[in-house]
Design a protein around this ligand. Structure first.
Ligand SMILES: [Zn+2]
Length: 333
């Protein structure tokens, strides 16, 4: 039971992009996708349960063809031990209209709205058929979300999106820009301003607390052509002043993650959202866990950050779809 009498609830949600192998191979395979990495889910589920955190599995199209994974996910879902949301890799999500997918087309938000709707409708209906319930939480593959996705998602009954990484930008690879997004849940609208969807961003921030506004301005300053061409940016990042990361055991140290949790809570970011890829849970399927030692190191970071969030900072572990119920009225208007 979350106590709200004397203070605002602090929560942590653990989200998994649950998907096929292949994303890291450099291309966008449209068929013959393999899902051997999903054999790693059982160990992960057990770790989350150890800390009382029911994970949210955001699953994509090829996962729905993996009978063993579906059996596991259904068992956990039926028992209220996890949430099933959706995750769209547009290149391998029907309807497939081309077998040659460009970087631009790999971001679903760059596709025509009608095609976005058709792909999301296929995925949503299939998840509903398999799990007996429509998903209400969504994350785009490669974080490919912008206002053009709001209409299709609202039409399909989605309550929230969790694709945004505040301050990150994928514009260099034709993807979306999240530089102006806030770190707390907020409503996003479609281009007409008529449809609203709750955005619950993945937690991002500095790896130590204090002077957030000042450091943000400084970070912005050095993230310019001149800033990038000098050594200033690298030095500031190395000493931790402007090192800006996402809450994920992929590509970070435990110390950085603890610092991020501490600085986020300090700044009033009360609903932490951690993310990782299912492909990092077994050796050899992602750059973040290239071998067995890499997987064990990732589990150490995961274990450490869940312990820190749930015990040291008393965050309650909840599913993504539980967050809207906890938001103050001003945030849900
Ligand atoms: Zn993905």
């Amino acid at each position: 039971m979350i106590s709200r009498n004397h203070q605002i609830a602090r929560t942590i949600s653990v989200t998994v992009d649950t998907e096929e192998e292949g994303l890291w191979s450099g291309g966008y395979p449209v068929k013959n996708c393999t899902t051997n990495n999903l054999r790693g889910l059982a160990r992960f589920q057990a770790l989350c349960e150890k800390y009382g955190v029911p994970p949210t599995y955001l699953i994509d199209a090829p996962v729905l063809d993996d009978a063993q994974a579906i059996a596991d996910l259904k068992r956990w879902h039926t028992g209220g031990r996890c949430e099933i949301g959706s995750h769209c890799h547009p290149w391998c999500n029907p309807p497939i209209i081309t077998e040659s997918v460009s970087n631009t087309e790999s971001y679903i938000c760059n596709l025509p709205e009608e095609l976005q709707f058709e792909k999301l409708q296929w995925l949503t209906n299939k998840i509903c058929d398999v799990f007996g319930r429509s998903p209400t939480s969504y994350r785009a593959g490669r974080y490919g979300f912008n206002e053009s996705s709001v209409g299709p998602l609202v039409k399909l009954g989605y309550q929230l999106d969790t694709s945004v990484l505040p301050w990150f930008s994928y514009q260099d690879s034709m993807g979306p820009c999240f530089r102006h997004y806030d770190r707390t849940p907020t409503h996003v609208t479609d281009s007409m301003g008529s449809k609203k969807l709750l955005e619950i961003p993945i937690t991002t921030g500095f790896t130590s607390k204090g002077a957030y506004g000042l450091r943000r301005r400084f970070h912005k300053l050095i993230d310019t052509p001149i800033g990038r061409s000098t050594k200033l940016a690298a030095v500031c990042s190395r000493i931790g002043l402007t090192r800006h990361v996402k809450l994920s055991p992929e590509g970070t140290t435990l110390g950085e993650l603890v610092g991020l949790v501490e600085s986020s809570l300090h700044d009033g970011v009360n609903h932490l959202v951690l993310m990782l890829h299912s492909t990092s849970l077994l050796p050899g399927f992602s750059p973040y866990a290239k071998d067995a030692a890499g997987v064990e190191a990732l589990y150490n970071r995961l274990d450490g950050i869940l312990e820190c969030a749930t015990k040291r900072f008393s965050c309650d572990g909840i599913m993504l779809s539980d967050i809207p119920k906890l938001l103050p009225v001003k945030e849900t208007e």
